[in-house]
Write a new protein. Structure first.
Length: 387
């Protein structure tokens, strides 16, 4: 019903991902090489045809779309008064950190983790504190002993949670999330939960919103959600922040409005409403396709590149590649692959402690492109091992 096989030329447009040399194949930046759902395109065309683009407000339909989607798919009951429009998940996190953490205070993150978390903490003159994830036998777990030690520091005021976790593709269990919530409450720490990857999960699996794990989690958290990763809408700058605590919500709302990221453009709410009200069939097809690509990667590596292992992932369209059997770090291997084959991956060093011997590969692309990337990876690793 939906076409994910057609290769769409993005080289001559405004794509950050595809702003590369003609011979290069980018599988790095986390956006998809698929057109968004046709139902969303139809809604955007209809809004465009209206022709008037004055100041926009957030309609009731936007609130209802989020409330119904999260209630139906993720079993989180949200209330209209607890939702705030925002122009993107990362702008929201930047803004909220500036209001909740004073310069010099500690913010805990769980490395290896999305590299922009480091940027927003450092830009706020706060201290990055890493709760390094435990990696054993190809799976990840939280080091709760270390986490409690980090959260108990009086200088620690905020924790940024990635749920599901980028880049490792982990869906955290309700038990793990509830335990984080209890520690956060015990030590008076606010949890900012980045849940932008929540709908790209293995078919048959769903994630647990942090705010749904327990009443404690609900009260100590700021949740950032969006249709942008799921439906490939990043440049429309549309997202939401959910905060149940009235006191905390006042601070968050003030932050977003002060930084002028709480008002939508003419297409932001239209796209979100169409995505959550009409995009589910497209999403289900997308998930199947991405997991076929993931299986393609796993089978290819097992047969052609046993030196590299794909870490088991439950979510995201990002594959975390274990290259610990190779003689170089992820950063060096990524640089070598680009020089030798034109393949662009991200070295795991970018994601902090524990990422040094990994690569991140984006597989949200047509199967033919995914296979081309794998062949370039094979070619590059063969040359590296012979060098």
């Amino acid at each position: 019903m939906y076409d994910f096989d057609t290769v769409i030329d993005r080289r001559n447009g405004d794509s950050i991902k595809w702003k590369v040399a003609e011979n290069e194949l980018p599988m790095w930046v986390a956006d998809m090489d698929f057109r968004t759902a046709p139902e969303i395109l139809d809604a955007l065309k209809s809004r465009l045809d209206h022709g008037v683009f004055g100041y926009a407000d957030v309609p009731d339909a936007w609130y209802n779309a989020y409330i119904n989607w999260w209630g139906r798919r993720h079993h989180l009951k949200m209330e209209k008064e607890n939702l705030v429009f925002s122009a993107g998940v990362m702008p929201s996190i930047f803004s909220v950190i500036e209001r909740l953490a004073a310069p010099g205070e500690n913010i805990v993150i769980q490395s290896p983790v999305y590299n922009n978390f480091y940027n927003c903490i450092e830009n706020g003159d706060c201290n990055v504190v890493e709760n390094k994830l435990l990696y054993k036998s190809g799976t990840y777990a939280i080091d709760f002993t270390d986490l409690e030690q980090k959260l108990s520091n009086p200088q620690t005021t905020v924790m940024i949670l990635c749920n599901p976790h980028n880049p490792i593709g982990k869906i955290w269990s309700a038990e793990d999330l509830a335990k984080i919530g209890e520690l956060a409450k015990k030590y008076n720490v606010i949890v900012i939960s980045d849940e932008i990857h929540c709908d790209i999960t293995e078919p048959g699996k769903s994630y647990v919103p942090f705010a749904a794990a327990s009443e404690t989690c609900r009260e100590v958290s700021v949740t950032c959600i969006a249709p942008t990763k799921t439906f490939n809408l990043a440049s429309l700058h549309t997202s939401a922040v959910y905060v149940a605590s009235p006191t905390l919500r006042r601070k968050v709302r003030h932050a977003l409005y002060t930084d002028k990221i709480a008002a939508p453009n003419s297409f932001a709410t239209v796209a979100a409403i169409a995505a959550f009200e009409q995009g589910e069939p497209w999403l289900e097809s997308l998930r199947e396709y991405i997991w076929e690509n993931r299986k393609l990667v796993e089978d290819f590596l097992a047969k052609e590149l046993p030196e590299i292992k794909a870490v088991k992932g439950d979510a995201t369209y990002l594959v975390w590649l274990d290259i610990s059997a190779l003689p170089e770090t992820g950063r060096n291997v990524a640089a070598y692959l680009r020089r030798k084959t034109g393949l662009l991956l991200i070295g795991g060093d970018a994601y902090g402690a524990g990422g040094e011997h990994f690569l991140r590969m984006n597989i949200a692309c047509p199967k033919s492109v995914c296979l081309e990337g794998l062949n370039r990876l094979k070619q590059g690793i063969a040359a590296l091992l012979q060098a």
